[in-house]
Design a protein around this ligand. Sequence first.
Ligand code: ADP
Ligand code: MG
Length: 187
Amino acid sequence: MKKMIARKPTFTQAYIGFGSNLGNSIETLVQARKHLEETKGVSSLRSSGLYKTKPISSYPQDDYYNAVVECSVEMNALDFYKHLQRIEKLLGKVDKPKEMPRVLDLDILLFGEQVHESKELTIPHPRMLNRAFVLVPLLDLIPTGTVAFPTREGESMIQLRDQIKEVQKDSNQQVERVTGSIWDRQV
Ligand code: ADP
Ligand code: MG
């Protein structure tokens, strides 16, 4: 008889950037997190606080609501990315140029220590270190303030507080904590 070898599930710790500035943004972000939480192969969700931020775009549009969610993922990066795209579509995201307002944006910021450079997926997210609306919520989830940032050349340790100071030299990169919303009440 053939021997069955039980394959150990491999879990990857992922950080997802959440953003919305169209429609009922806070409700959409809460719904997106709920879908993520109910996904098979996704567990141990932790949420940052919710932040209101100025859009980085030349096209005039409303402020964004942003947050970061940490979770444990039992899927490969590409399948996980496709799943996030399904959640975006389900909640009403339509394909538009990057600069335009959006109902929902779910970006994979970090996926364990993995580095991906394909047409559809770049991990770590190439702009995450330049965006206060990613770094500030990330600091909520990583109280040590130090995050391992993998690259093809090796890993560097990012001091989030220093990096935030650096990017906030640009006055457009202010982020405002939003308290008391359903984002904080429903986890
Ligand atoms: P934004 O760059 O503002 O997130 P979109 O959400 O419209 O803009 O996504 C643009 C493209 O970014 C998508 O077609 C997707 O393939 C690509 N992409 C590259 N890397 C990532 C990543 N790490 N997470 C999510 N999308 C990514
Ligand atoms: Mg995106």
